[in-house]
Design a protein around this ligand. Structure first.
Ligand code: XIL
Length: 321
């Protein structure tokens, strides 16, 4: 109703990640995607280790499955992601390439992946998680592209993506940037610099992986507005609200109510932000969520439980829209 498309990450990309690509063939899952969501993000299927398993060899099967499904069912797609420090294949991270070769590898990858879906992907997370948690500086050691080619590679990556699909909105995406703080400030400055250089960057993606064990980012709406004021689109790209869970993976009743409030506040911030483009939750069913695997003792972060039942937060999002 508010014109905010609600999206979901589609689990898969699978052989290495535990959840098979067949999830898209499950009738219940397909029905839920159709009923609840207007935008889909491949959770792993477009990451380097899945889509580019050997130099110059692409495996588009898992990514195609998501894009084809989205297209056949009228969903938008958010492409994720092209330049990141994580989930890169060993051939890339450990290979012995000259700087010139590495540049060419990145250029070819972006041209191949973005070009394959030209006109079919609405938003691309071109660059992901560039800023360090500790000090708000660029990940100059951890990120192979920044380490080897320097920060100037960012402008190139966005330009190459724009050449491959001039219609796509190109995003910089990060986590722990929900509120105003060192990391969101650093992303804001970086975007200002890129815009000043005339780089085709169009949006800022705030992942939105929140934990009820930490404070809610009270300055979210204000923060999003700073990016909107630069003329950028904004999005919440990977929302989940996890909490401490019992042996059955359940939140306490108090946390469940708190989760309802948090989801409502996320939608409220989205509604308050001009140029807000979509709110994506990082999964559909709690059984597919990355949370229990990455944050031991926490879970129940999504809008539906393992069996596909709507949780109280589901109704809260619906009402807040
Ligand atoms: C996560 C996926 O959900 C997991 O399946 C995978 O094992 C690791 O990556 N930030 C991102 C996402 O940008 O790509 C990450 O997705 C979660 C954190």
């Amino acid at each position: 109703a508010a014109g905010i498309p609600i999206g979901a990450a589609v689990a898969g990309g699978g052989h290495r990640r535990g959840i098979a690509d067949e999830v898209l063939e499950d009738p219940l899952f397909r029905e839920i995607l159709d009923r609840d969501f207007a935008s889909l993000t491949p959770e792993n299927q477009m990451k380097w280790e899945v889509v580019h398993p050997a130099r110059g060899t692409y495996d588009f099967g898992p990514a195609d499955a998501v894009v084809d499904f989205a297209e056949a069912h009228g969903h938008q797609v958010r492409g994720h992601t092209l330049l990141w420090h994580s989930q890169n294949p060993a051939w890339l991270e450990e290979g012995e390439f000259t700087d010139e070769e590495l540049r060419e590898i990145l250029h070819e990858h972006i041209a191949a992946v973005v070009g394959r879906y030209r006109g079919r992907i609405r938003h691309w997370d071109v660059a992901n998680e560039l800023i360090r948690d500790e000090d708000g500086e660029l990940r100059l050691e951890q990120n192979i592209w920044l380490r080897r080619l320097g920060p100037g590679i960012l402008a190139d990556a966005f330009r190459w993506a724009h050449e491959a699909d001039p219609e796509a909105l190109l995003f910089l995406n990060d986590y722990s940037v929900e509120g105003i703080g060192q990391k969101s400030d650093a992303n804001l400055r970086l975007l200002q610099e890129l815009l000043a250089q005339g780089v085709p960057v169009h949006g800022f993606g705030v992942q939105g992986h929140l934990s009820l064990t930490q404070p809610f980012p009270d300055t979210l709406a204000e923060n999003l507005r700073r990016f909107a004021d630069l003329g950028l689109a904004t999005a919440l790209t990977e929302v989940d609200v996890r909490g401490s869970v019992d042996e059955d993976g359940r939140l306490s009743p108090a946390d469940e109510q708190e989760q309802v409030r948090w989801y409502r506040r996320l939608v409220g911030a989205a509604r308050a932000t001009p140029g807000f483009t979509s709110l994506t939750v990082w999964g559909v069913l709690d059984s597919h969520s990355w949370v229990p695997g990455f944050f031991p003792g926490e879970g129940s972060a999504l809008l539906r439980d393992e069996a596909g039942r709507r949780k109280p937060a589901f109704a809260a999002v619906e009402e807040a829209l």
